[in-house]
Design a protein around this ligand. Structure first.
Ligand code: SF4
Ligand code: SF4
Length: 132
């Protein structure tokens, strides 16, 4: 089996269009769109979806306000500045879990992130993640 990887650090260079063209020409193929921000190869190929599954990846810290003693330790030590006023900003949280381990009140839990979905498609298979 031959494997082709198309990558670039710059958006808008036409990676997805190139892969879509190869996909149209190839007879037997397995395709994986691994773009973390906007996996949209399926938009070009417009295939029949056979299966649709949730894709879970990474974690986000959540503070239980009932258990939190407001000691301030997590806010002080979070390297990403993701905790303010004893609330975690889910956009800033990198899911490192440090606050979870140092909280003296066991007030922090790590919740899994629903990051998108993966699809099994009629034209062999495309794996794709798409934010809602
Ligand atoms: S370390 Fe725990 S108890 Fe202290 S402020 Fe953070 S969540 Fe609250
Ligand atoms: S998991 Fe890491 S990044 Fe997220 S709030 Fe806790 S210490 Fe900060």
């Amino acid at each position: 089996m031959k494997e082709i990887v198309v990558l670039s650090g710059k958006g808008g260079t036409g990676k997805t269009s190139i892969v879509g063209s190869f996909a149209a020409l190839a007879k037997n193929k397995v395709l994986a769109d691994c773009d973390v921000d906007a996996a949209d190869l399926h938009l070009i190929l417009n295939p029949e979806v056979r299966e649709n599954h949730e894709f879970w990846s990474g974690q986000t810290a959540v503070i239980d306000g009932e258990r939190c003693t407001q000691c301030g330790l997590c806010q002080e030590l979070c390297h990403f500045g993701a905790i303010r006023d004893f609330v975690v900003d889910p956009i800033s949280c990198e899911g490192c879990g440090f606050c979870f381990h140092i909280c003296p009140a066991d007030a922090i839990t790590m919740k899994g992130n629903l990051s998108g979905e993966w699809l099994s498609l009629a034209l062999n298979m495309v794996l794709s993640t798409m934010p809602d």
